[in-house]
Design a protein around this ligand. Structure first.
Ligand SMILES: Cc1ncc(COP(=O)(O)O)c(C=O)c1O
Length: 456
């Protein structure tokens, strides 16, 4: 990878303003963190730089380092898997963190009311959503909030509905909460994923207590319309199924699309039958800081879930998230534009240079849900998976044809994508491709993939 060649890891960490963790990731002597603002990116003519590639290798990242551990040294050139981005955070975040780090003392955190205020103000400003601060709970991410809600509303062994293909992390959350999945596959109508309401109604039984809605949807990128959400909400209300709405991807709508918060639906009975789970971690690249929040218009729901929920939040998480929500709006607007152009670039690239893969422009997210049926056929993915399963270790999970496609792209293109089968029914023959990176890295990943496909 040309732009990473010759990069010395310590120099990279220094350039990336990450000298504070050099002792951990590089084994080098820990050095004092950069002074506030010392190597922080600044906008030029009011524009932030999303173009300069960022080398994340050696920073304990899932997207790069975990894949290199799995697939071997030099195996990954462009990470296009886990949903985080390869951008430096807004300068306001780095400045706020650096300032707090200078204090060099880390006693117990007294959660400042200003942080909850910043969450309320952000949602009001950007989405005209009114959150009652008394019904807002700060959490250490969407995961712990959703798990606490399922543990509250869904007895062990009962069923939670997922509309698939859907975020693969939900499966692990359900296991943790000791509940079972009830999968309602979505339909594709005129090329767009839609809920299958008839199927949903059929699947709800006395054992079903909750539905996890993904709005906007990961991996398909759908933003649900007010009509779709209302119909879904009406069915759930009537059938006594609580809607747990995960809206973590809401900041990323593509041009011409609009995100409708479930909590803004006009029917207040439908809204009171729901809880919303959010975070700024996708929007600002803060996943490792472990902060999220949830809220509901229903005081009883909130009281019950709070009784099962314990948030362990770090001071740095609060500092980073507060800076993001109070000062990061302009950076985020520019990022959303950049990612929109990444989607256009990708679509154009695929249709002209890799036409055997089918793609569409999603309505939201920095993810692309691509159909790789032809590639899977050409590499004999089903046969490879069957062979691998005959010789796999006893008790090991079955390998899927999509995992064979993932391996193919790692081996032949040094690109890691997430395999579609992990997103549930409807995920076969698909891969999820993360476009949250610089245009240069994106082009390199796509070019490597196109060359690999061409060689087949
Ligand atoms: C839909 C969805 N929900 C939740 C998460 C994870 O949330 P958190 O890191 O806040 O627990 C992700 C991460 O990819 C996601 O895509």
């Amino acid at each position: 990878m040309a732009h990473q060649a010759g990069l010395n890891r310590r120099a990279f960490l220094r350039n990336a303003g990450m000298t504070a963790v050099a002792g951990v990731v590089g084994g080098a002597t820990a050095v004092r963190p950069a002074a506030a603002g010392a190597s922080v990116q600044r906008p030029t003519n009011g524009r932030y730089d999303f173009d300069t590639p960022l080398n994340r290798i050696g920073t304990m990242s899932v997207k790069y380092d975990q894949q290199i551990t799995k697939y071997g040294k030099d195996s990954i050139s462009v990470g296009m898997g886990v949903a985080d981005m390869d951008f430096r955070v807004p300068p306001a975040i780095t400045n706020a963190l650096a300032k707090r780090i200078e204090h060099e003392c880390w006693g117990y955190l007294d959660m400042p009311p200003a942080f909850a205020d910043s969450i309320v103000a952000w949602n009001k400003r950007r989405y005209n959503q009114t959150i009652d601060p008394a019904l807002l709970q700060i959490s250490s991410g969407v995961y712990p909030g959703l798990i606490a809600a399922m543990q509250t509303f869904c007895p062990p062994g009962s069923k939670v509905i997922l509309q698939t293909p859907t975020y693969n992390g939900f499966y692990g959350m359900l296991d943790f909460a000791k509940v079972t999945r009830e999968e309602s596959p979505m339909k594709i109508v005129n090329g767009r994923y839609t809920f299958d309401f008839e199927d949903l109604e059929r699947r709800i039984t006395h054992e079903t207590h909750a539905l996890i809605l993904c709005n906007p949807q990961n991996p398909t990128g759908n933003v649900w319309t007010e009509a779709e959400l209302t119909r879904l909400g009406e069915i759930c209300l009537r059938r006594r199924v609580i809607v747990l709405s995960d809206e973590i991807h809401c900041d990323f709508v593509t041009k011409g699309q609009a995100y409708v918060p479930f909590g803004n639906l006009p029917d207040k009975d439908i809204v009171r039958n729901s809880m919303t789970f959010k975070a700024a971690s996708k929007s600002f690249g803060l996943a490792a800081h472990k902060v999220g929040w949830f809220f509901s218009d229903n005081p009883e729901f909130m009281a019950r879930v709070r009784a099962n929920h314990r948030a362990d939040i770090s001071t740095l998480g609060v500092v980073a998230n507060h800076a993001a929500l109070t000062e990061g709006g302009e950076w985020l607007d520019q990022l959303v534009e950049y990612l929109d152009a990444n989607h256009d670039f990708t679509l154009d690239f695929i249709s002209t240079k890799m036409p055997s893969i089918k793609a569409y422009k999603p309505e939201s997210t920095y993810l692309s849900w691509i159909d790789v049926t032809e590639v899977a056929e050409r590499i004999g993915a089903a046969r490879l998976a069957a062979e691998a399963n005959r010789t796999k270790a006893p008790g090991a999970a079955d390998l899927t044809p999509e995992q064979m496609v993932e391996r193919f792209f790692v081996r032949e293109a040094r690109v890691q994508l997430n395999q579609g089968a992990s997103y549930g029914p409807g995920g076969a023959n698909h891969m999820r491709m993360n476009l949250g990176t610089s245009r240069q890295m994106l082009e390199e990943g796509l070019t490597n993939m196109a060359n690999a496909v061409r060689r087949l």
